[in-house]
Design a protein around this ligand. Structure first.
Ligand code: PLP
Length: 393
């Protein structure tokens, strides 16, 4: 089969931010955004500044933006438009939806979360547990940072109400077998609740294929505006009692879980983000390109570099936590920034259990995250700089 190669020159020309000298290797913290997305947002504010439901043109335009955002999001996630819920960001939406789901839970009910998770996927359950006397348990990891399915099976019980997990780790890039977790959750009647914030930038999603009940992501990780986007399986969420203002519409289904007026200009940008991703060839092009970048990076790293987690591209996305022997992570990030390369140093990367289990050095670690607009040349230059920094230690 011929490999589909992106025309990176053409892709990158769509981003003003990629025309300068600076190299962005920090996509996990938020990707760059093509100009057309910003243009769509500005156009919405100029030409469709209204609310839905009024009998004139600007209102009809806003309605079309909202309908379009639900339709495109549904296509992106593999569901129906009425199963889409928008919010401020993943964390806020997760607090809201977990609260809503939890209205029917009883004291002593259990929530399982994974030890790979970002705290945006954990804290909402901890707070709910605090208020409602629930129990939150962490599913452990194997030494290679993959999910320990024996531990998951052992922790499932007839008290388990939710199994929540990150499809891919925002810190070390490890992917979890989502279909397998969902099947295990359903075997005890629990909801399968997926944090796909990190995964969504790198791999295609089909919520039906994995049989998720709820899935959340954040478009600012895949070249879109700052928003939260969720899928809720219709037969699950139609049973939930929504937190909503009473006159607000109850149909389409997903909208009953959205509070207040939607940020239509951001949704206009989101529509253009999906169009952009389709236009560059979608995940058929993105996945092999990003995988090649990751392989190139791993092969070029100096011996002094330690990569945490999986050591090949098998079972991971191209997000790497790295330390260089003898050079504190903040210094590595600072020196790369001086050389025009954007990465950060941090301790836990909001993945608290993962950090507790594996530690990443007292000064934290450097996260390097490639995304489809990165080039082989950028990877080579990064590896070269890391080699020089390590040699000067
Ligand atoms: C895996 C993962 N989950 C959740 C979040 C929180 O997302 P948001 O910033 O949209 O609340 C992040 C953010 O980095 C993330 O990487």
């Amino acid at each position: 089969m011929t490999r589909v190669v992106p025309d990176l020159g053409a892709v990158r020309r769509r981003f003003s931010s990629l025309q300068g000298e600076f190299t962005f290797l920090d996509a996990p913290g938020g990707s760059q955004v093509p100009d057309e997305v910003g243009d769509a947002m500005a156009r919405c504010l100029r030409e469709a500044s209204a609310n839905i439901g009024a009998p004139y043109e600007t209102s009809r335009r806003v309605g079309a933006i909202l309908d379009g955002a639900e339709q495109r999001s549904a296509r992106f996630l593999g569901c129906e438009p009425h199963e889409i819920v928008f919010g401020t960001n993943m964390t806020s939406l997760n607090f809201a939806l977990s609260r809503t789901a939890g209205r029917g839970f009883q004291a002593g009910d259990e929530i399982l979360v994974s030890s790979l998770d970002h705290d945006g996927g954990v804290a909402p359950w901890l707070e709910l547990a605090h208020d409602r006397d629930l129990v939150v348990r962490h599913v452990e990891l194997n030494d290679d940072t993959t999910l320990d399915f024996d531990d998951l099976r052992a922790k499932l019980s007839d008290r388990t109400r939710v199994v929540a997990f990150a499809w891919a780790s925002n810190a070390i890039g490890t992917i979890t077998d989502a279909r397998r977790v969902c099947a295990l959750a359903h075997s005890v009647g629990a909801l399968a609740w997926i944090d796909a914030v990190h995964y969504a930038a790198h791999e295609p999603i089909d919520v039906r294929a994995v049989d998720a009940d709820v899935l959340l992501c954040s478009p600012y990780k895949f070249c879109g505006p700052h928003l939260g986007l969720a899928y809720g399986k219709a037969e699950v969420i139609e049973r939930w009692r929504p937190y909503k203002a009473r006159p607000a519409a109850t149909t389409p289904l997903g909208r009953r879980f959205e509070t207040g007026t939607m940020p239509y200009e951001l949704l206009a940008g989101l529509n253009t983000t999906f169009d952009y991703l389709d236009d560059i060839g979608g995940f058929e092009v993105i996945v092999p390109h990003e995988r090649a970048l990751g392989e190139r990076f791993l092969a070029a790293l100096p011996d002094a570099a330690r990569v945490y987690g999986l050591q090949t591209m098998e079972g991971r996305v191209p997000t790497f936590l790295v330390n260089l022997d003898g050079v504190p992570a903040p210094q590595v990030a600072g020196r790369l920034a001086d050389r025009g390369m954007g990465v950060w140093a941090h301790d836990s990367w909001y993945s608290l259990n993962l950090y507790e289990r594996f530690g990443y050095g007292s000064d934290g670690s450097v996260r390097i995250g490639f995304i489809h607009y990165n080039t082989a040349d950028e990877v080579d230059r990064l590896a070269g700089e890391l080699t020089q920094i390590a040699a000067s230690a």
